[in-house]
Design a protein around this ligand. Sequence first.
Ligand SMILES: Cc1cc2nc3c(=O)[nH]c(=O)nc-3n(C[C@H](O)[C@H](O)[C@H](O)COP(=O)(O)OP(=O)(O)OC[C@H]3O[C@@H](n4cnc5c(N)ncnc54)[C@H](O)[C@@H]3O)c2cc1C
Length: 385
Amino acid sequence: MDADIIVIGASPAGVMAARNASAKGCKVILLDKKEAAGVPTHPANTFFKGMFDRTGEEVDQSYVIKNLKGAYIIAPSGRNVVFEGEAYFLDRRKFDEFYIKQAKDAGADVRFGIEVLNVLRKDGSFVVSTSKGKVRSELVIVSDGINSRISALLDLKPIKHPEDIAWSMEAEIEAEGIGEPEFFEYYVGNHAPGWKSTYSPCGGNRATLGMYARRHGSDVSDLFDAWIEKFKALKGLDDVTIISRSTGGDPIAAIPGDIVADGVMVVGGSAAQSGIGYGMHAGKMCGNVAAEAIEKGDTSKNFLMRYRRLWNDAYRTEYYLGRFALETLRKMKDEEIDEMMKVFEGEDLKVLSGSPFNQALQISKMILKNNPSSILSYRAVFRNK
Ligand SMILES: Cc1cc2nc3c(=O)[nH]c(=O)nc-3n(C[C@H](O)[C@H](O)[C@H](O)COP(=O)(O)OP(=O)(O)OC[C@H]3O[C@@H](n4cnc5c(N)ncnc54)[C@H](O)[C@@H]3O)c2cc1C
């Protein structure tokens, strides 16, 4: 054996899995086809402290470009609610380098510039064929992002609802003072069906604009172009300079499917665990269980299901409610979104804490207090579209 565990893909989840399993004494090889950590840079570069805290990690200012104070959620009419809370715009390359260093310090053998081509089970272990030769291990952790090719090779369907993936386009833009505001802005409504368009200030004259839409197909450039025009009108700008564009899929609330098999665990975006924080937390659970499996000499699906159960306990309900909420949002008319927003306007949304059921209870109270008729806007749930 070359390693106890081979991790395929240095996503935030994969890096955490490699770090934690190494820290528990396993021999881990982490392989990624990228030329180096953060090269090319992934477009995901923002998160909220509230979510990151759940990973058990601490935000390190060395990779933060800008500290923000929260986010506005804005309805098509301009009606809005504010979520206050520490948030960050990251230097994603530095962020990746930071956690790769932690994985290396814990003992992981991190190799960039190596593409995994195939994974074969042989006599209860694995032969991983790469662009630079073969490596063997007892256990494989798959973290190669959405549309996971390695999961498909292993006959796994790790995303339950791939049709729900929010396809996206993001652009880094430049305009006078555009990076100065201290809140993200997320716009919902028919211009971004099922999810959101975004404005993320990152200091000075720089910001990013993003478009994320569900069930619109993977090319959202038409929606994105319309968003840039709308943004210019909203902010009174004659023009914005587009510095770079990127596209991708965000499997937000697309629900994990088969994420465990004999000797195999799938984690991160490839397992519908979208978002940097969610991915990292799942990666830690995965790495810890993988290490226990190696120590006990039991890499059966039965044993590895501990990872699935840990994830279920922490996130399953939240993900199912999230999927329900996003599908409802996708089917709502702009006027209905407006009615819904009236419920939250002016409320301190920090009270929305605790379990998803507790949050649902708090929201129900706000509906009854502020706009009971807004309940009708949720009839979108029953629409077929
Ligand atoms: C445009 C966009 C913006 C987003 N913005 C945010 C954001 O601001 N905040 C947030 O929390 N989430 C954001 N997301 C969601 C976020 O992308 C993901 O949740 C997060 O990056 C998880 O990454 P991942 O697990 O999908 O894998 P990735 O980060 O895509 O990593 C997969 C890795 O696997 C490697 N790989 C793939 N195949 C192979 C192979 N065969 N051999 C070797 N290596 C391989 C790739 O090189 C890559 O490094 C965004 C998503 C998109 C598309």
